[in-house]
Design a protein around this ligand. Structure first.
Ligand code: FES
Length: 83
């Protein structure tokens, strides 16, 4: 089993923030991306926030269903298409 998957999966590589830390922040009331960034430091690292593509789907699913997805479907909107 890949140790980087599941709740220990590091979502924000810049600031070493795991999925369980982000999920805890959301459960405790962080209902916008900015609140998650403030509480966890995820999404505000030197890369410019590439992990936001994973944080946004986690938050959206939780707000819509009250649960977190088994696997994170990265939000690729805004990503340049390669030709
Ligand atoms: S990976 Fe999260 S800000 Fe860079």
């Amino acid at each position: 089993m890949n140790p980087r998957k599941g709740k220990q999966e590091i979502i924000c590589l810049c600031n070493n923030v795991s999925r369980d830390v982000i999920e805890a922040a959301i459960r405790e009331g962080a209902d916008t991306l900015n609140k998650i960034f403030d509480r966890t430091t995820a999404g505000v690292g030197p890369c410019g926030g590439s992990c936001r593509r994973k944080i946004a789907p986690l938050l959206e699913e939780y707000l819509a269903t009250g649960r977190f997805p088994e696997t994170i479907k990265e939000d690729k909107r805004g990503k340049k298409k390669s030709r």
